[in-house]
Write a protein that binds this ligand. Sequence first.
Ligand code: 5MM
Length: 348
Amino acid sequence: MDVQESIDTQRLESTAKELVVEGKGILAADESFGTIGKRFEAVGIEANEENRRAYREMLFTTSEIGEYLSGVILFDETIRQKASDGRLLPQVLEDQGIVPGIKVDRSTVDLPLSPGEKYTQGLDGLGDRLEEYREMGARFTKWRAVITIGDGIPTRACVESNARALALYAAFCQNAGLVPIVEPEVLIDGDHSIERCDEVTEWTLRTTFDALREHKVHLKGMLLKPNMVISGKEAPHQSGFEEVARYTVENLLRSVPAAVPGIVFLSGGQTDVQASANLNAMNQLYTDLPWELSFSYARALQEGPMKTWGGDAANAEEAQRIFRHRARMNSAARSGSYSEDMENEQAA
Ligand code: 5MM
């Protein structure tokens, strides 16, 4: 039997399309214990289970948020938690018209014998975990690989081992009827130029798609979550929106098959306004692309609301207003209709 006949390709394709529907994008709320702990600590929130639950309930119950978000990526703890009214958090999302998804990697470890490089683990037992998540209402998944630019790195060992893991993950997910979001992130950390980021991103994407094809992944039933092609955070020359947009889209045109329905960027340490402006520039400059260009931001959607909420229920309404505004800005960026004036509307 043809492998494509053994999986429900139609269901995968329609979920993938739903996630990149016009005007909507994805919220990544899948920070693991360590990551959310660091983000909470930075704004003075105590990292405990109740605060993580209350914070995510605050985000997910924001009114009108389903107009701007198609999906939310959850963490294992979150998919099992309930809102104050007793509904499970995935149900809260469904009630907002948002598709629940789940991060299924088990974070990065140091790549052995490769100083400065990471490998993402989590393939063992993945098939069983996917069955459980599907029963809990998840319809899509995410796995993040990390590629670091530095002196003599990335190595071929790092790029190829992570690409292989991403492809195996995607194959497991499609086999379980879940749409995989494949996230190979080339980090913004460092003083490298945009040209170096371009080169490493193309190598990473080409290697990842070679592996996806080898594992017979149905490209129409997956999404890609890449970094934008951008100057290193410490680079002396910082590229503007138009340069980032052109480098990124030209790179994707060379590296990503047209069969992939959508590309949902990570924000990777950009400011929230920068992430909106860069996405907007891409959609303004390029209007006839084979895939949708959308967002799957964590920090660039959450920075403002998390700081304002600060662990105090009294601030929830204001935090939700800021969150709704940020989601609306990125929704506008999807069609190239975002502008600085729109940012100022909030301040007024
Ligand atoms: C790169 O991180 C992903 C996108 O977030 P940004 O928009 O902030 O770059 C994000 O989904 C990330 O994978 C999660 O926050 C989980 O990270 P950890 O390291 O906790 O698994």
